[in-house]
Ligand binder design. Structure first.
Ligand SMILES: CSC[C@H]1O[C@@H](n2cnc3c(O)ncnc32)[C@H](O)[C@@H]1O
Ligand SMILES: [Zn+2]
Length: 434
């Protein structure tokens, strides 16, 4: 057995207490062997990460993104969702190549490793390239091909849905089990009803999880309600899209009936506060959903609508926006936000991560507490939500492997990743605008 000891730090436990302890990891299985409180007999380990003056937390889970959209960061800002997608993003995405997606995925993964994220859910194009980037980087991910049928003829629409299923079936368990997959119809409005009714049951019967965008803007919800005479999530449920292995992104314009349905079906909602604010999509009723028992995770959405992939920024945004949405300063409190960024996201993605305890995946991050903006330390859960940032992360570990040690990423050549992304982003825009 090869072991790794994260030594002499303070450890955030699943109940959000903090204790002085070491985390002992079995690198072969990628699991936590023990969280050993200070004073207990501590055997030596094969490798050691120093956590003195630091806080050890579960690796953060970015439960909804389009990772290769890092190439479009800052390309189109300050527009609402529909105009942004149709006028700017989709015309550029039509020019994407597999190599672009690989470069954008590497860049996004690098950014996530640096900011303490150890797992992400991704919906995009050229997904085998994202699998390859996950494999080489050592990250964990749940991946799916984003299928869209609107604008396609019937044959192409069927092909989109088939591509979604084929990817999910072909790549589940890749990268030594760090990749899992889902069937990902883009949204309830960009995939036609007939296609959803044909392919969603096939995915469910094959035991494939389902992920989609839903109830993001009023402009999307209102016509759906008018056409179907029911709420969007009642429509989704009628098709069979809500299950305990399903998770949806946004859920901004959802009502009480839909929250009760989500709780009953055990379907998680991934809250994307920065994207929802930037595109002026609205304020998700996060406190109301949680009060009714809905599992909520956090996602950055793509870097073009955020514009970064740090879950720390998302945590702060979630707390601030949650209070505004509920008109209540006690809503979406710090501990609820930390839970969403860790256990909530892990549960949505079906991962044994998000908790520092024996038997869980050894996915964790170590934050340097010895800094002005984290001093004094009355409440470290408060700091995680309101004061910390991605650059406070010293070490990142996923599946028991050290991905970043003392702020140096071990698995990717950082300068090469940046140079490649810059070059490919420029060439992509040149092609799209020529
Ligand atoms: C079909 S792959 C994913 C697809 O989704 C687009 N996208 C990015 N952000 C959003 C969002 O907030 N709502 C809906 N769709 C979004 C992305 O550009 C890809 O085309
Ligand atoms: Zn999205």
């Amino acid at each position: 057995m090869t072991t790794l000891r994260i030594a002499d730090g303070r450890v955030l436990r699943p109940d959000h207490t903090v204790e002085r302890a070491d985390v002992l990891v079995d690198q072969a299985s990628g699991e936590i062997l023990a969280v050993e409180p200070e004073g207990e007999g501590r055997a030596s380990a094969d490798d050691r990460l120093d956590a003195e003056g630091s806080l050890v937390i579960p690796g953060l889970v970015n439960a909804h993104t389009h990772v290769a959209m890092t190439l479009l960061r800052g390309y189109a800002d300050d527009k609402p969702l529909d105009a942004w997608l149709q006028e700017d993003i989709w015309p550029v995405e039509a020019e994407l190549t597999a190599e672009d997606v690989r470069a954008g995925a590497r860049l996004g993964i690098l950014e996530m490793i640096r900011s303490g994220t150890t797992a992400f859910a991704d919906m995009y194009f050229f997904m085998p390239e994202v699998v390859a980037a996950v494999e080489e980087s050592g990250m964990r991910a749940l991946l799916g091909y984003g299928a869209i049928t609107v604008g396609n003829d019937d044959e192409a629409a069927h092909q989109e849905m088939r591509d979604g299923l084929d990817f999910a079936e072909g790549y589940d368990g890749a990268a030594d089990g760090r990749v899992s997959t889902a069937f990902m119809p883009h949204s309830l409005t960009t995939v036609g009803e007939d296609y959803l009714r044909e392919y969603v049951p096939e995915a469910r019967e094959a035991g494939i999880p389902i992920h989609f965008h839903a109830n993001e803007t009023a402009g999307e919800v209102d016509p759906l309600v008018a056409d179907h005479d029911e709420r969007p999530l009642e429509y989704a449920d009628d098709i069979g899209m809500l299950a305990d292995t399903s998770f949806l992104a946004h859920g901004v314009h959802t009502d009480r009936t839909e929250h009760e349905l989500l709780a009953e079906r055990d379907t998680a909602v991934i809250h994307c506060p920065a994207s929802n604010m930037k595109l002026a999509s609205g304020m998700a009723p996060v406190q109301a959903m949680r009060d009714r028992g809905v599992t909520v995770g956090l996602g950055t959405d793509g870097a073009a609508s955020n514009n970064d992939l740090s879950l720390f920024d998302e945590m702060r945004d979630a707390a601030m926006l949650g209070k505004l949405a509920a008109d209540d300063a006690s809503a979406v409190a710090a501990d609820a936000v930390v839970e969403m960024a860790t256990q909530g996201g892990a549960e949505a993605l079906g991962l044994a991560s998000g908790r520092l305890e024996a038997g869980a995946n050894a996915d964790l991050a170590v934050l340097d507490l010895d800094q002005p903006h984290l001093t004094p330390d009355h409440d470290l859960v408060s700091h995680l939500t309101y004061a910390a940032s991605g650059s406070d992360v010293r070490h990142t570990v996923c599946d028991g492997q050290v991905l970043m040690r003392d702020r140096t990423v071990q698995t990717l050549d950082e300068q090469a990743v940046l140079a490649d992304a810059r070059e490919r982003a420029q060439a992509l825009i040149d092609r799209a605008e020529s």
